[in-house]
Write a protein that binds this ligand. Structure first.
Ligand SMILES: C[S@@+](CC[C@H](N)C(=O)[O-])C[C@H]1O[C@@H](n2cnc3c(N)ncnc32)[C@H](O)[C@@H]1O
Length: 230
């Protein structure tokens, strides 16, 4: 990864360009595009999907903006910073067909978040919050085919599993609700996770799984769904 101020290469290899069209967007273009929706980029719960995310050039820039906003607003309130920065992580979604890009994107988002989290929360920082963040990132950044909407294996071939995304919503000061939807279902329903309404509720979209838990415990309750609708 390029150091700050150093230009990151837009191409890793000719082979990857010809096989997967992998040409990364330069930081200047990323920021020029994000400036067009600057207000959305600072709202912690404003959702973004990068459907061919690579190592997350757009997602990491958006996270950087959200975190800067949160540092300004909650820099002296570690508890609030923790909660809203986890919500911000939960608002970012990515799909890439190449597993190494997915792993790099997850790592990049986590490092960005953890750097600010550690600086703001210091002795109040907890391993539970870090685990919750890693869990959310692992669910939101998916190795899949954005055209067929299926998860893929290490060779980039479709598996029988559809891409499933989780909606993360704070429903009161400490509780987070996770609701899972297939990507295909989200695209078919108008409000959608990424629609203008901001939430999915159950309008049209059929959810697969839903539970409510403390925002720092999403990873612990992750596999014990309160409601399964498959
Ligand atoms: C042009 S790069 C863009 C990366 C990043 N969004 C950026 O702007 O820097 C395209 C990315 O799409 C991925 N890709 C190609 N076909 C895909 C598909 N069918 N589904 C998901 N990702 C795909 C490649 O692995 C590559 O990382």
């Amino acid at each position: 990864m390029a150091e700050k101020g150093q230009q990151k290469s837009q191409i890793k290899s000719r082979e990857r360009v010809s096989q997967r069209g992998e040409v990364f967007t330069a930081e200047r273009e990323v920021n020029a595009m994000l400036d067009l929706v600057a207000d959305e980029c600072i709202r912690p719960d404003s959702r973004f999907l990068e459907p061919a995310c690579g190592d997350g050039n757009f997602l990491s820039a958006i996270l950087g903006r959200k975190l800067s906003f949160l540092v300004k607003k909650y820099g002296k309130s570690p508890r609030d910073f923790e909660k809203y920065s986890i919500l911000a992580i939960g608002s970012l979604y990515g799909i890439d067909i190449m597993n190494d890009n997915v792993l790099a994107c997850r790592e990049r988002l986590y490092s960005l978040w953890d750097k600010q989290y550690t600086a703001v929360c210091r002795k109040n920082a907890s391993s539970r919050a870090r685990e919750a963040t890693q869990f959310i990132i692992s669910r939101n950044i998916i190795c899949g085919n954005a055209l067929t909407l299926m998860c893929v294996d290490d060779s980039g071939n479709d598996t029988p599993s559809p891409i499933v995304f989780s909606e993360w919503a704070l429903i009161d000061p400490i509780h987070m609700q996770r609701t899972d939807y297939t990507m295909a279902g989200l695209l078919a329903s108008e409000g959608g996770l990424f629609g203008r309404g901001g939430g999915i509720a159950d309008e049209g979209g059929t959810f697969l799984k839903r539970y409510v838990t403390h925002y720092k415990k999403v990873q612990e309750d992750g596999e014990q769904s309160v409601s399964e609708r498959l």
